[in-house]
Design a protein around this ligand. Sequence first.
Ligand SMILES: Cc1cc2nc3c(=O)[nH]c(=O)nc-3n(C[C@H](O)[C@H](O)[C@H](O)COP(=O)(O)OP(=O)(O)OC[C@H]3O[C@@H](n4cnc5c(N)ncnc54)[C@H](O)[C@@H]3O)c2cc1C
Length: 408
Amino acid sequence: MDISAIGLNISEEHRAAAETAHRFAMEVMRPAGITLDKMSDPRDVISRDSILWKVYKKHRELGFHKGAIPKAMGGIQEDVDALTAILVQEQLGYGDAGLAMSFGVSMMPFIIASIFAKPEIEGFVREYCEDTEGKMVGCWAFTEPDHGSDWILGAQPGFDQPQYAPSVRAIRNGDDYVLQGQKSSFISNGAIATHGAIYVSLDRSRGMKGTGIAFLPLDLPGVSRGKPMDKLGLRSYSQGEIIFEDVRIPEWMMLIPDSELALNISQTLFAAANGSLSLTFVGLAQAALDEALKYAKTRIQGGRPLIEHQSIKLKLFNMFTMVESARAYARQVALESAMQPPGSAKHSLSAKILATETAYHVASEAIQIHGGYGMSREFFIEKLFRDARVGMLGEENNSLALLGASYL
Ligand SMILES: Cc1cc2nc3c(=O)[nH]c(=O)nc-3n(C[C@H](O)[C@H](O)[C@H](O)COP(=O)(O)OP(=O)(O)OC[C@H]3O[C@@H](n4cnc5c(N)ncnc54)[C@H](O)[C@@H]3O)c2cc1C
């Protein structure tokens, strides 16, 4: 495997970690991602006998799920330096961006729980870290049918009015809270998650600014799921609604009852998620470039391989330039975030936008190089193109660059 290492001091340990991730990406994630993508019914993707669970198990055995959780709570955070995490994430995106996103989201509630550790919740974090089967799967649920971008923009001025209040409410009832409402069909891992970080309205009069974050197991009475979404791309991972009907939780499950803190931590989490997504989609962009190169070396037209035609060579070189630029920026932003947490929200958002748009553009050019075969579902590039397109939508929609502009 050839690691693009420009500007970085990559040690043998880094290289070994990237090699391990690359093997997992190519031997386990890539073939499973292709199989899952071809399933016409999204319920098959998550059925108990789905290959998805073998991939989850292997990911857990490698310990990739606990890299952001401190040792004191069963994780390995102190042993994983920022560069290792960056190289691993790129490889996971190279293998299959959908599965990489599923793994990333799965960590979220446990990471949040590890930051705001309460004695009652610590046990869940430890159990997650020890899970080598993929039995514990997390989700991070903020959006609702009536509030999508509102959640992303919620910290901006003006969103403190009651009309912006989230529809999932947590109502105080004695020592407990009672949850009511529905999260959107976009919730990553929504149909399979066993535990969730659920954003709730605590004070409707304060709109988006009156929110809290609860951590809860999703097998409590009153929790139900919608059916997994049938979607254009990233089909290897499941998204779906979560519905709360009179779900009673003890006070300690309201992990962050302080709205100011909930908003602040959310900005940090969005920045971290965008950082991770940018690396994932740099991986996808590299995969698309590699597919184009492979095809251009073997397809003969005009009596010689496509790559020997100057116009194709130039196209490939432009694609290479774009991938390397997006990679350098995504890595730099991730390194800065690790050195000075929580990092810069505007840089993380712009890195995510650059990486996903690069992945989309490079995948589109790669399809062009494949000619008519580019549209065939038999060719892997067709899947990469669909996956790249969906990457521009989630989790912070790229057209919300206006949010980035508000940071300037
Ligand atoms: C792959 C993927 C994974 C996701 N994972 C999760 C998850 O794990 N958890 C979760 O809670 N959600 C998740 N989402 C949901 C995601 O956060 C929302 O799709 C996103 O916030 C946009 O909301 P929406 O789709 O309802 O679009 P809308 O908010 O309805 O927006 C529609 C269009 O209008 C634009 N727009 C919206 N508001 C404004 C405004 N005020 N000014 C100008 N333009 C505006 C948007 O940019 C967009 O182009 C995911 C989505 C995707 C695609």
